[in-house]
Design a binder for this molecule. Structure first.
Ligand SMILES: Cc1cc2nc3c(=O)[nH]c(=O)nc-3n(C[C@H](O)[C@H](O)[C@H](O)COP(=O)(O)OP(=O)(O)OC[C@H]3O[C@@H](n4cnc5c(N)ncnc54)[C@H](O)[C@@H]3O)c2cc1C
Length: 384
């Protein structure tokens, strides 16, 4: 195993503090409103585009920031420290959408789509359906060849960013009898006739992030919009999700950090029995345990991201990161509420929001059980 790296280069440090400043100055004052209204204002998303956060790894020749995967991880962490919902567009765009174009896109596709994704177009990743979540490759959305095109019909469910998205990477099957070998990835423009975005889910947490149904009703998609090869969509999906899971780990790392920072500040200010509550050893131990758990997640997350950058395997590390980070985030957020006492379960402070926002990370991009399945498979095949 490689050593977990915990230090940043100067460039990474400058980038991290730029995102931190943006999150503290521009997002923090609007979190309560975004949560209440269950939406992210377009002007805030535009600011993220202007900062280069929606195309971190897109090369400069296509209008992107020319950064690294590790920078995407830092950005997701810093945004989630203030608002885990506000981190989702950046997470999906960078770790699920842009990276597919970078890895599998043709030159023509890169030229057509990357400048849009870097400038003003939000992307969505449409794999899940009502009947296929964990069992993703039993999806039913059909892609029927028709001359120079495919005709796509089906219904996607749970699609993050769909309300705001201009581009969708849609997974469909060209041959249901071929099982996973029929799965193919298509780039579908929101403007294409027959695509519509359905209702927004009313969720427990990450409420400002849209999660919607996407309906494809005989959408004509040119063959030039097949991402990767016909029948290889399952490979794209698996490989992208391996990266995406590190992104979810970063989101939960940021969440746990934000929750803990809030509790530490409160422990230094709130008094009981004539002293600050942070002077009680019980509270100190709670904070110490949370800080240790957060540090563990940070090592998992940065290690997985560095391995990905170094060209080493990272499927196991990505799954471990998501597994540990999503559990720690829920547990840290819950324990931090204890530090606040009664006010912790009210909307007066963000502690209860962090707890609600944590839960979904045990579900999306593969449930906890699916991460354990992946880790077990790799451990049995390769050893511990
Ligand atoms: C807020 C939100 C955002 C999302 N965003 C997206 C998105 O942008 N794009 C997208 O494509 N999808 C998205 N999803 C869908 C998400 O990936 C699925 O919900 C998830 O994969 C679980 O699928 P499911 O809901 O169908 O649950 P199921 O697959 O029905 O699972 C139900 C239970 O059965 C367990 N289970 C199933 N199979 C196994 C097995 N083999 N071994 C052990 N346990 C098993 C699961 O762990 C779970 O506990 C999102 C979901 C949510 C909630």
């Amino acid at each position: 195993m490689s050593q977990p790296l915990t230090t940043f280069t100067e460039e990474e440090e400058i980038f991290r503090s730029t995102v931190r400043d943006f999150a503290e100055q521009r997002i923090a004052p609007r979190v309560e409103q975004m949560e209440r209204e269950a939406q992210q204002p377009r002007d805030l998303l535009d600011e993220m585009f202007a900062l280069g956060l929606m195309g971190i790894e897109i090369p400069e020749q296509y209008g992107g920031a020319g950064g690294t995967f590790f920078m995407s991880i830092l950005a997701i962490e810093e945004l989630a420290r203030i608002d885990p919902a506000a981190a989702i567009p950046v997470d999906v765009q960078n770790t699920l959408v842009v990276n597919q174009f970078l890895r599998w896109g043709t030159d023509d596709q890169k030229e057509r789509f990357l400048p849009r994704l870097a400038k003003d177009t939000i992307g969505s990743y449409a794999l899940s359906e009502a009947g296929s979540g964990s069992d993703a490759f039993s999806l039913k959305t059909a892609a029927v060849p028709d001359g120079d095109n495919f005709r796509l019909s089906g219904q996607k469910l749970w699609i993050s960013n769909a309300h705001e998205a201009g581009l969708f990477v849609v997974f469909a099957t060209v041959d249901p009898a071929a099982g996973h070998k029929g799965i193919t990835a298509f780039v579908v423009d929101r403007e294409m006739k027959g695509l519509s975005v359905g209702k927004k889910e009313d969720k427990l947490g990450v409420r400002a992030s849209s999660t919607c149904e996407v309906i494809l009703d005989d959408v004509v998609v040119p063959k030039q919009n097949v991402l990767g090869k016909v029948g290889q969509g399952y490979k794209l999906a698996i490989e992208t999700l391996n990266e995406g899971r590190i992104g979810i780990g970063a989101q939960m790392l940021g969440l746990a950090t934000g929750a803990l920072e809030g509790a530490v500040a409160y422990a230094k200010e709130r008094e009981a029995f004539g002293q600050k509550i942070g002077e009680f050893q019980a509270v100190q131990h709670l904070l110490a345990e949370c800080a240790t758990d957060v540090a563990t997640v940070r090592l998992h997350c940065y290690n997985a991201a560095r391995r990905r950058e170094a060209g080493l395997s990272y499927a196991r590390e990505g799954a471990m990161t998501k597994l540990v980070a999503s559990r720690v985030a829920e547990s840290v957020a819950s324990r931090c509420i204890d530090v606040y006492g009664g006010i912790g379960v009210t909307k007066e402070c963000l502690a209860e929001k962090f707890l609600r926002d944590a839960k979904v990370a045990q579900i999306y991009e593969g449930t906890t059980f699916m991460q354990l399945n992946t880790i077990a498979k790799l451990v049995l095949a390769e050893g511990s």
